[in-house]
Design a binder for this molecule. Structure first.
Ligand code: HEC
Ligand code: HEC
Length: 626
C-alpha cells in the first residue's frame, strides 16, 4: 500500500498538496464561525450527487416532467429519499449562504486585500439563487408553475429590456414547454458549471489571503487546519446532513398537482423569497410598479453590498456595513413573518391551499390505480368526478346553493357591504338548499321531519321560493312532524327513509337493509306508522315506480309534485338539472336555472352528477368524503 502511494506521489505530487491543504495555518486558532464555507461546499456536493441521481429519471417536458417526478417520488427505489435530500439541502444552502455572508461582513472579511474574493462570493450567491429559482419549476407542478410565472413576469418588468429578458427566460413569448427545457439546461448545466468555476476561484483566492481574524481571536495561538478546524467543519456538515435527513423523513418534498394553466393556484414563492413577495404587496410599493419594488430597490441594496469593501475601509464604514446588513436581515425576517401570519389568518387563502392539496393527494390515488395516461397525468384529474364535481358546483350552482356552507371548493361566498362608510365582507346568504347531504339518509330524514329548516334558504329566493316554503310539502311536514318524530315511530321513520334512499341506486350510501326497505315501501304507500297514520301518504302526491318493479306504485298527483322514482340517483338528478321546471319536478313553481347542454355539456353533467351521487373511484378502505 505504502509503495503504491509513494508511486502515486512520485507521479503526481499529491502529498505536497494534501500537506498544504491540511497544514494551512489558522491564525487566532480554529473557530466554529469559520465552518459555513465548508458546509456550503459540502451541500453543493450533496446537490451534485443527488442531482445526478434525479437526472437519471427526470424528463423535462410539459407532458412528462410531473410524471417523471411522480415516478421518482412514488415508484423509484429510494427516489423519495434522493428527492427529499435534494429538496431540503437546497433550502439548507440558502440558510448557510445567509450565515456565511453575515459572518464575512461582521468580521470585516471583505476588507483589502480580500475585496475581489468578496465579489466572487456575491457572484456565487447569485448563482445559488438562480439554481433554486430554476429548480422550483422543474417538477412542473402547480406550485412551481405559478410561482415561477410570477418570477418571469417580474423579469419582464425590467426597465428598457424587460421584454427581451422575459423572452430569454421563458424561451419565447409564451410561458410553457420551452421555459421548462431552458430552466433545466440552466439548472443542471450552466449554473452548476459556473458555480464550480467560481467556487474554485473563491477557494483559491481565499487560500491566498487566509482567514480574517476577528478581534476577539487576535493574539491567540494559531492552529493548523488539520485537525481541529477539520473536525469543526466535519461536525457542521454532519449536522446539516442530519437536519436535511430529518426533514426528508418527517415531511418529504412536496409535489402538488400537475401544472394547469387554466386552474388557479394560491401561488407563493419559496419561503426565502416571501419577503420580496410581501414587499411588493405594500400599496405604496405596488403603486410605483413592479419594477420599482422588484428591480430598483433590490438593485440599489445590492449596489451598497457590492460597495461594502470600499465603504468598510474606515472603522465607521465597517460599522455602517454591519448595521446595514442587520437592518436588511431584520426587514427580511419581519416581512417573512408578516406573510406567514397573514396567510395563516387568510381564510380564503387557506381554503385554496387545502383544496389544492386535495388535488395533489387525489392524483396520487388515481395514478396508483390507472397508471399515467398517454397524454399526461393531468387527464386523470380532468376526467375525475371527485376533482371536477366541486369545481362545476362552484361555477354553476354556488350562486344559489351551498355545499357544507361553502361553494364546493371550500371557499366561503362573501359579499361586500358598506356600514357607516366602512366596507365589510360578510357571508352572502344562500337562496337554495345546502346540498352536501343531498339524497342521503340524513337529507331525507330532515326533509320529512323539518322541511322548512332544510329549505330555509328559499326564503331569500323571491316570491316563488317563499311559495315553496309555504307549499304543500311544508304543510304536510308540519301536520306530520309530531307523528314522525315520536320515539314510538323511530323505526317507521327509519324504514321510510331506507326505502326512499334505496331508490336512487347509489353506491355511496352503503348497504340497504332489505327488511327496512320493504317496511318503508308499505308506509310510503299506505301511510300507516307503528303508532298512528300519516295525514296523507306519499303516493297521494308523488309519482313512484319502485326500482325493479313493473307497475308504478302511483302516478303522482300531477304537475309540480316532484317524482320520487329513483329519487336523488344519477338519472333523477340528470333529468332534474336538465329541466327542473318539468311537470315531473317543480313545474311552474320552479325558480332554479335550467341547465341545458349549452350551460352544461353532457360530460360536465356526468362529472357533476357522479360527484354528487358518490360515483367515483375510491381506494380500498377509504370513506366517501366529497
Ligand atoms: C338560480 C339559483 C339556482 C341555481 C344556479 C341552481 N339551483 Fe338548484 N335549486 C334552486 C332552487 C330555488 C331550488 C328549489 C326547487 C326549484 O325552485 O326548482 C333548487 C333545487 C335543487 C335541487 C333539489 C333539492 C332541493 O334543494 O330542492 C337540486 C338537487 C339542485 N337544485 C341542484 C342544483 C345543482 C347541481 C345546480 C348547479 C348545476 C343548481 N341546483 C343550480 C336554485 C338554484
Ligand atoms: C300533499 C302532497 C304531498 C305529500 C303527501 C307528500 N309530498 Fe313530498 N312534496 C310535495 C311537493 C308539492 C313537493 C315540492 C315542494 C313544494 O312545492 O311544497 C314535495 C317535495 C318532496 C321532497 C323534496 C324533493 C326535492 O326537491 O329534493 C321529498 C324528498 C319528498 N317530497 C318526499 C315525500 C315523502 C317521502 C312523502 C311521504 C312520506 C311525501 N313527500 C309526501 C307534496 C307532497
Amino acid at each position: 500500500m505504502k509503495a503504491l502511494l509513494n508511486w502515486l506521489d512520485h507521479r503526481t505530487g499529491y502529498k505536497l498538496l494534501v500537506h498544504e491543504a491540511l497544514n494551512e495555518p489558522i491564525p487566532g486558532g480554529a473557530r466554529w464561525r469559520y465552518i459555513t464555507g465548508s458546509m456550503l461546499t459540502f451541500t453543493f456536493i450533496v446537490q451534485i450527487i443527488t442531482g445526478f441521481a434525479l437526472w437519471t429519471a427526470y424528463s423535462p417536458s410539459t407532458q412528462t416532467a410531473w410524471e417523471s417526478v411522480y415516478y421518482i417520488q412514488h415508484q423509484m427505489s429510494y427516489g423519495w429519499l434522493v428527492r427529499g435530500i435534494h429538496h431540503f439541502a437546497a433550502q439548507a444552502m440558502m440558510i448557510l449562504l445567509g450565515l456565511h455572508f453575515l459572518q464575512i461582513v461582521w468580521d470585516g472579511a471583505y476588507r483589502a486585500p480580500r475585496e475581489v474574493n468578496f465579489w466572487l462570493g456575491l457572484v456565487l450567491m447569485q448563482i445559488v439563487i438562480g439554481l433554486s429559482l430554476t429548480g422550483y419549476l422543474l417538477p412542473w407542478d402547480q406550485k412551481g408553475y405559478y410561482a415561477t410565472k410570477v418570477a418571469t413576469n417580474i423579469a419582464g418588468s425590467t426597465p428598457f429590456i424587460g421584454q427581451q429578458v422575459q423572452q430569454i427566460a421563458q424561451g419565447g413569448s409564451a410561458y410553457g414547454h420551452h421555459t421548462l427545457t431552458r430552466f433545466f439546461a440552466l439548472h443542471a448545466g450552466l449554473l452548476p458549471a459556473l458555480l464550480t468555476v467560481f467556487l474554485a476561484l473563491h477557494v483559491y483566492v481565499f487560500r491566498r489571503h487566509g482567514i480574517t481574524v476577528p478581534h476577539s481571536a487576535q493574539g491567540k495561538p494559531a492552529d493548523t487546519f488539520w485537525p481541529k478546524q477539520v473536525l469543526y467543519d466535519a461536525a457542521g456538515c454532519l449536522v446539516t446532513l442530519a437536519l436535511v435527513l430529518y426533514f426528508t423523513l418527517t415531511r418529504s418534498a412536496e409535489l402538488s398537482a400537475p401544472a394547469d394553466a387554466g386552474e388557479d393556484f394560491p401561488a407563493r414563492p419559496e419561503w426565502y423569497f416571501l419577503f420580496l413577495f410581501r414587499f411588493l404587496e405594500f400599496p405604496a410599493i405596488s403603486k410605483m410598479g413592479v419594477a420599482f419594488g422588484a428591480i430598483y430597490v433590490p438593485t440599489a441594496l445590492m449596489i451598497i453590498v457590492v460597495l461594502m469593501p470600499l465603504i468598510g475601509k474606515s472603522q465607521w464604514g465597517h460599522y455602517f456595513n454591519r448595521l446595514f446588513l442587520v437592518a436588511v436581515l431584520a426587514a427580511v425576517a419581519v416581512l417573512t413573518g408578516m406573510t406567514i401570519i397573514e396567510d395563516n389568518h387568510n381564510e380564503s387563502h387557506q381554503a385554496k391551499l387545502a383544496f389544492a392539496e386535495r388535488d395533489a393527494h387525489r392524483i396520487v390515488v388515481l395514478a396508483a390505480r390507472d397508471g399515467i395516461p398517454q397524454n399526461g397525468a393531468r387527464e386523470l384529474l380532468v376526467n375525475d368526478p371527485l376533482t371536477q364535481g366541486p369545481r362545476l358546483f362552484a361555477r354553476h350552482c354556488s350562486s344559489c346553493h351551498r355545499f357544507d356552507g361553502h361553494d364546493g371548493t371550500l371557499q366561503k361566498i362573501m359579499k361586500t357591504v358598506e356600514e357607516n362608510g366602512v366596507k365589510k365582507l360578510i357571508p352572502e346568504p344562500a337562496t337554495a338548499a345546502d346540498l352536501k347531504d343531498f339524497g342521503n339518509r340524513e337529507w331525507i330524514t330532515r326533509v320529512l321531519t323539518d322541511y322548512d329548516a332544510t329549505f330555509k334558504p328559499l326564503e331569500n329566493a323571491g316570491e316563488k321560493g317563499q311559495a315553496i316554503l309555504t307549499g304543500e310539502m311544508s304543510s304536510w311536514c308540519k301536520d306530520n312532524q309530531k307523528a314522525l318524530t315520536d320515539p314510538a315511530n323511530a323505526e317507521s321513520l327509519k324504514a321510510l327513509v331506507e326505502f326512499l334512499t334505496s331508490q336512487g341506486g347509489r353506491s355511496d350510501l352503503g348497504a340497504f337493509d332489505e327488511k327496512l326497505v320493504a317496511d318503508g315501501k308499505e308506509i310510503f304507500k299506505g301511510g300507516t306508522l307503528k303508532s298512528g297514520t300519516l295525514s296523507s301518504s306519499c303516493v297521494d302526491c308523488h309519482a313512484m315506480k319502485v326500482a325493479g318493479e313493473r307497475t308504478s306504485l302511483s302516478e303522482g298527483a300531477g304537475a309540480g309534485y316532484p317524482t320520487l322514482t329513483g329519487y336523488a340517483g344519477r338519472d333523477w338528478l340528470k333529468a332534474f338539472l336538465r329541466n327542473p321546471a318539468h311537470p315531473d319536478f317543480y313545474g311552474d313553481k320552479n325558480t332554479m336555472m335550467v341547465f341545458d347542454d349549452k350551460r352544461l355539456s353532457e360530460k360536465e353533467l356526468d362529472l357533476l352528477v357522479n360527484w354528487m351521487t358518490g360515483d367515483y373511484y375510491l381506494p380500498p378502505n377509504a370513506h366517501h368524503t366529497k
